[in-house]
Design a protein around this ligand. Structure first.
Ligand code: 5AD
Ligand code: SF4
Length: 466
């Protein structure tokens, strides 16, 4: 069978990763090609994440619109994947009988068989089991076009924070074996990938079995990736502060390819709220961890997540979150309004009034905007190592005789820069920063009189420095 596949994705990077794997599996099994037009598609999938939003209603209203497509084209296959599928299971088919497939994050590799079963039995297929790590064994070889790729190294989470649905929708933590991860990254490097982001809900908890029966941790994995030819930069996310261990801090010191970037979600600045969230640390402990990481890892950029208006959060407790933000000075902060997730412990607690919650979020945005602007300003006049991601055609015209590119530096900041010579996508360029706005840095390539175009993708100084 050949045909077209349309995937609608809502949610985090793990979900984006899962969607790209769905496309890979169905390209390999059924020759399906991705389309951006749902009306053209033979298979339509929706892959949602319910971590912060009431995704259920979104899914059903989307399905309502797709019902018409199905009436026009009865052979159309409609599938629901991701966390909503995990939570609702067969109830989806009950409520929307025109849905053909319901699959969870751990069963997406079974999509080809599910499609076949649907066709042969004429019955909707529901598989939302957690067959451990089987998923990764049944995925085709990774394919990648850009120079940066995400690699999921573990699934699920066993932390059970009181507000969070992930342990229920993605299951308990389970790590992919060491050799599989290395093989996937080596294959990506062969295809021109230069930057790898290791993904997991609680990635520091990764403990991978090796072929000789040992169990190794994330620090060891990072050292091994460092040895792979072609990979020039490594990142990992998301880290739980409790598991951000000394061995990981050491890895930064010993592996220059490890980017100067750490995502360390704090969630609240109040000890009482942290306890109610079951985070397992206090505000002072978190700030110590940040101070230690900054001391041991020069020029470290840190981002964090923070939840506003957790049930029962008082004005004073919110003020403690503001104070923590002042103290920690994050480079980026992802802040979220608390949202009750069915089945979690916090969903039973008394919520904060919506208007109060929203007003708090605005105050937090204002405070962080100033801090972020200040953190970006600190990069003025520095030289950034930028992984060239693509040509930048937007905005002002490019000056004659120049080329303009965008990419990310070692701090995961977006950098737009001009170059007098054409550069290869995927090369690392040294860029002098001469402009900083809250969301991006701008600059120009560091060149000498004897400039030659970038040819060596991973050489740190692909160009002679001035
Ligand atoms: N409400 C609001 N934010 C949440 N997050 C997780 N669960 C919830 C919830 N119920 C946020 C946390 C987490 C990020 C991925 O999403 O900050 O770190
Ligand atoms: Fe959810 Fe907590 Fe696990 Fe993060 S660590 S995925 S917030 S349960």
């Amino acid at each position: 069978m050949s045909g077209k596949l349309y995937i609608k994705t809502h949610g985090c990077q793990m979900n984006e990763y899962d969607s790209s794997k769905m496309a890979d599996v169905l390209a390999a099994s059924h020759g399906l090609e991705l389309t951006t037009n749902e009306a053209d598609a033979d298979v339509i999938l929706i892959n949602t994440c319910s971590i912060r939003e009431k995704a259920q209603e979104k899914v059903f209203s989307q399905l309502g619109r797709w019902k018409e497509l199905k009436q026009a084209k009865p052979a159309l296959v409609i599938g629901v994947g991701g966390c909503v599928a995990s939570q609702e299971g067969a109830a989806i088919v009950k409520r929307a009988p025109y849905v053909d497939l319901v699959f969870g994050p751990q069963t997406l590799h079974r999509l080809p068989q599910m499609i076949e079963m649907r066709r042969s039995t004429q019955r909707p297929q529901v598989d939302i089991s957690f067959p451990e790590i089987e998923k990764f064994d049944h995925l085709p070889e990774p394919r990648k076009e850009g120079p940066a790729a995400f690699v999921s190294i573990m699934e699920g989470c066993s932390k059970y924070c009181s507000y969070c649905v992930v342990p229920y929708t993605r299951g308990e933590e389970i790590s992919r074996p060491f050799d599989d991860v290395i093989a996937e990254i080596a294959a990506l490097a062969d295809q021109g990938v230069r930057e790898i982001t290791l993904l997991g809900q609680n990635v520091n908890a990764w403990r991978g079995p090796t072929h000789d029966g040992a169990i190794v941790d994330l620090g060891v994995l990072i050292h091994a990736i460092d040895q792979l030819d072609g990979i020039g930069r490594i990142r990992f996310m998301t880290s739980h502060p409790l598991e951000f261990s000394d061995s990981l801090i050491e890895a930064y010191a010993n592996v220059p390819k490890l980017a100067n970037y750490l995502h360390l979600p704090v969630q609240s600045g109040s000890d009482r709220v942290l306890k109610a969230m079951k985070r397992g640390y206090t505000r002072a402990w978190f700030l110590d961890k940040v101070a230690m990481a900054r001391k041991k890892i020069p020029n470290l950029s840190i981002s964090s997540d923070l939840i506003v208006a957790f049930p029962g959060e008082t004005e004073e407790e919110f003020a403690e979150s503001l104070q923590l933000i002042e103290d920690a000075r994050f480079d980026f902060l992802f802040s979220f309004l608390y949202s009750a997730r069915p089945g979690t412990v916090a969903a039973e607690m008394q919520p904060v009034a919506n208007a109060v919650a929203k007003a708090r979020l605005m105050r937090l945005f204002d405070l962080q905007a100033g801090i972020q602007a200040e953190r970006m300003q600190a990069f003025m006049g520095t030289t950034a190592e930028v992984l060239v991601d693509g040509r930048d055609e937007r905005g002002e015209p490019v000056p004659a005789g120049q080329h303009r590119y965008h990419g990310r530096d070692r701090h995961w900041k977006t950098v737009v820069f001009t170059s007098p010579v054409p550069l290869e996508i995927g090369s690392l360029a040294e860029v002098k920063i001469d402009h900083a706005s809250p969301h991006q840095l701008k600059g120009s390539l560091v060149v000498s009189a004897a400039t030659t175009p970038c040819r060596t993708p991973v050489a740190k100084t692909a160009l002679p420095l001035a």
